[in-house]
Design a protein around this ligand. Sequence first.
Ligand code: GUN
Length: 340
Amino acid sequence: MKFNVVCRTLRLAASITIGIAAPGTGEAHGSRMTDARVLDGTKIANEIKAEVAAEVELLAGQGIRPGLAAVLVGNVPASQIYVRSKVKTCAELGLFSELITPPDTVTTEEMLELVASLNAREDIDGILIQLPLPPQVNAKLLLEAVNPAKDVDGFHPVNVGKVQSGQPALAPCTPAGMIQILKRSGLPIAGQNAVVIGRSDIVGKPIAMLLLQENATVTICHSKTHNLAGHARGADILVAAIGRAGFVTPDMVKPGATILDVGINRITEHEEFDKFFAGDVRREELFLLKGSTLIGDVHPAAYAVSGAYTPVPGGVGPLTIAMLMSNTVRAAKLRRGLPV
Ligand code: GUN
């Protein structure tokens, strides 16, 4: 079966801007003044993308151009936005990319055929299958069919196992980006109590494993955890990855803790807006204009208790694409036996 393919063979000049860090105040992301440091994910993602662009340039000198196949099934609006942004970033950094858009009626067999063809292609180093997939597609079977060497999402059991045993691997992008935020911000990980709220395969479990690799003492909390707030209060590094707006409240945060907020939740009701952002005049103006605002899994009032936090938007989110680019270059090098 043939699917729509959009080729991006044009190489665009890498145009990476390095952002200036906001001063250490939470004012830009809420009305409350706080001494907590804002961890600027956009700035860190731009640094990583600039490094990737430089590597791509070096590889070009050896006749190698890393390539990403992005598979977007159906018409899920959020997935369309994410995948287009991934393809656009490939072009900005000089990577080859191809967008493949099967219809939402596609079968597991057709998707397996597609994956087999991408596994066999020399010009494709990374295969990204955007999730979620329609219910008739067996996602588990499909993700396991991706050649682990091209699994730039780090979802294949071989890569999951390698991450767990500390071997060189392709690690999932969002968790790998969160480690970069901590390291590049000079925040300690070794010996810290890290508490991860959420146990998804995409974020919760892999970030717990990566933090453990960095010698943190890790606790994973989930919907069945007793005294979740008590666990959270013991965290030096608190990861919120539950997918519930403003779930982490100030009483759940140890003073001075680092908060990594993975949630991206859209609020459309004014009552809910007031619950989280009452008094934030600037945000309310924008909310009324657009009819919605974004909030993470952390209540904005909790920022003031923390020592450092990732805002939403502009915190963890930008790292996902940066690390996907980095993983694609890494896969291209590993496949060719080049040092990474
Ligand atoms: N859907 C939401 N996040 C991701 C991601 O990191 N990778 C893929 N493939 N799908 C997603």
